[in-house]
Write a protein that binds this ligand. Structure first.
Ligand code: NAD
Ligand code: GLY
Length: 374
C-alpha cells in the first residue's frame, strides 16, 4: 500500500516495489521534479545523463538538471527524436554514441525524462551499456506514470513486432511529477487513461467503480482524483510485478487489451494510433470475447465501453484490411509475445476484477473482430 511522505519541501505518496535487492520506490506528487528531497538516495557518480526527446527536454530538462546537478560532476543530455516510429536500434545507438563520446563509465546513471518511448529505450540502453548501469524513470505522460515506468520492461520495436527486442531491467527509482501532465496533449492523456481503466477489470472493480464516478475529475486533472488514479494504478502494478517480475504467468494480465491493441498499432504502422488508443479498443474486443465465451455478461462489456468512450477513446477498432480484416488481425496477433506455437493467448476477464490468460477458437475471434471494428 502507498504511504504519504513529507520531504524537505513537498508532500508525496510512495508506492514500494518489492523485488529483493532490486526493490525501489515510486514517488507520486505535484511539483516533484524541482524537489531535492525526492532524489535523496539515488546513486551519486561522476556522470549523469538525462535522456529525453525534442518535445519534453525543452519543457523540463533544465528543472531536472538543476534538481540533480549537485549529485554529479557532469550532467549530459541526449535528445531523441519524438515518436513511436523512432523506438528502434538506430535511435538506441545515438544514446550509446553520447555515452561513449562523453567517457561515461559503468557508474554513470541515466535519467529517462519523457513518456513510455523514452523510458523503454533509456531503460534498455541502461541494461546494455557496459552490461548494465543504473537508471531512474522520470515519466512525463499519464501512461508512463501508471504503467510503463514501473516494473522494468524495457526495449525497442522491430519492424515485424512491437517491443520484440528488450530486457527486464529495474530502475533505481520512479518519480511521477503530476504537475508535468498539464502540458500533455489531451489525446495523450486519454491514451494514458486506457492503462488506468485496465486495472479495474483485471484486479479491482472497486477502483473501476470509483473511476466511473470520477473519470471527468481525473480528465480535468483535479489534484486528488488524479493522484488517487495514479497511486492506485501503481499499487496494482507493483503488486503484480512483485509476484511475477519476469512474466512467467500472472504478469501477463497487465496486457489486457494489448493483444488486439498491438495488432492495431503494427497493422496501421507505429504512431498512427497511439498505444493507449489501441489498448482502449483492444479491451473492448477482449471483453466481448470474454462475453462470447460465457465468462462475463453484456452489462460488464457495456460498462467498460461506456468508460472508455467517456475517457475520449474509440471503442471500435480500425479496419486493417478491407478484404479480410479479421484474418489480418489474426495474422498480426499470432506474432504476439504471449503466443505459444502459433496459438494466440488472450488476456480475458474471467469475472469482473479477475483476469485469465487462455486461447479461443479462431471462429469466435473472427466474430468479435467483425463486431468490434468499423
Ligand atoms: P510517448 O512516450 O510517445 O509520449 C507521448 C507524446 O507525449 C510524445 O510526443 C511525447 O514527446 C509527449 N510528451 C511526453 N510528456 C509530455 C509532457 N509532459 N508534456 C507534453 N508532451 C509530452 O508515449 P507514451 O504513451 O508515454 O508511451 C507509449 C510507449 O510505452 C509505447 O512504446 C509502449 O510500447 C510503451 N509501454 C511500455 C510499457 C512497459 O511496461 N515498459 C507499458 C506500456 C506501454
Ligand atoms: N505493461 C505490461 C507489463 O508491464 O507487464
Amino acid at each position: 500500500m502507498s504511504s504519504i511522505i513529507k520531504s524537505s519541501t513537498k508532500i508525496f505518496s510512495e508506492v514500494p516495489i518489492s523485488l529483493g535487492e532490486r526493490s525501489y520506490r515510486i514517488l507520486i506528487g505535484a511539483n516533484l521534479l524541482a524537489d531535492g528531497g525526492v532524489w535523496e538516495g539515488v546513486p551519486e557518480s561522476h556522470h549523469a545523463v538525462i535522456v529525453s526527446n525534442s518535445t519534453v527536454a525543452p519543457l523540463y530538462s533544465d528543472v531536472l538538471r538543476n534538481a540533480i546537478s549537485s549529485r554529479y560532476a557532469q550532467v549530459h543530455e541526449v535528445r531523441l527524436p519524438d515518436g513511436e516510429e523512432f523506438k528502434n536500434w538506430q535511435t538506441l545507438q545515438t544514446i550509446f554514441d553520447v555515452l561513449l563520446q562523453k567517457g561515461c563509465d559503468r557508474k554513470t546513471i541515466l535519467y529517462a525524462l519523457g513518456g513510455g518511448v523514452v523510458g523503454d529505450m533509456t531503460g534498455f540502453a541502461a541494461a546494455c551499456y557496459m552490461r548494465g548501469i543504473p537508471f531512474v524513470q522520470v515519466p512525463t505522460t499519464l501512461l508512463s506514470q501508471v504503467d510503463s515506468s514501473v516494473g522494468g520492461k524495457t526495449g525497442i520495436n522491430h519492424p515485424l513486432g512491437k517491443n520484440m527486442v528488450g530486457a527486464f531491467y529495474q530502475p533505481q527509482r520512479v518519480v511521477c511529477d503530476l504537475s508535468v501532465l498539464t502540458t500533455l496533449p489531451q489525446r495523450e492523456f486519454s491514451a494514458g487513461l486506457a492503462e488506468v481503466i485496465k486495472y479495474g477489470p483485471i484486479a479491482d472493480m472497486q477502483f473501476f467503480t470509483w473511476l466511473e464516478d470520477k473519470i471527468e475529475a481525473v480528465m480535468a486533472q483535479h489534484p486528488e482524483a488524479l493522484a488517487h488514479a495514479v497511486c492506485r494504478s501503481c499499487e496494482i502494478k507493483a503488486e503484480v510485478v512483485g509476484l511475477d517480475e519476469r512474466e512467467s504467468g500472472l504478469r501477463a494480465i497487465l496486457n489486457f487489451g494489448h493483444t488486439f491493441g498491438h495488432a492495431i498499432e503494427a497493422g496501421l504502422g507505429y504512431g498512427i494510433w497511439l498505444h493507449g488508443e489501441g489498448v482502449g479498443a483492444g479491451m473492448v474486443m477482449a471483453a466481448e470475447l470474454s462475453c462470447r465465451l460465457g465468462l462475463v455478461d453484456e452489462i460488464f462489456v457495456k460498462r467498460l465501453m461506456s468508460i472508455i468512450d467517456r475517457a475520449g477513446l474509440s471503442v471500435k477498432g480500425p479496419i486493417l484490411d478491407s478484404k479480410d480484416n479479421a484474418g489480418r488481425y489474426l495474422q498480426l496477433m499470432r506474432g504476439d509475445k504471449k503466443s505459444e506455437a502459433g496459438e494466440i493467448r488472450f488476456v480475458l476477464i474471467e469475472s469482473p476484477g479477475k483476469a485469465v490468460v487462455r486461447s479461443a477458437p479462431d471462429r469466435l475471434v473472427r466474430e468479435v473482430i467483425d463486431a468490434c471494428c468499423s
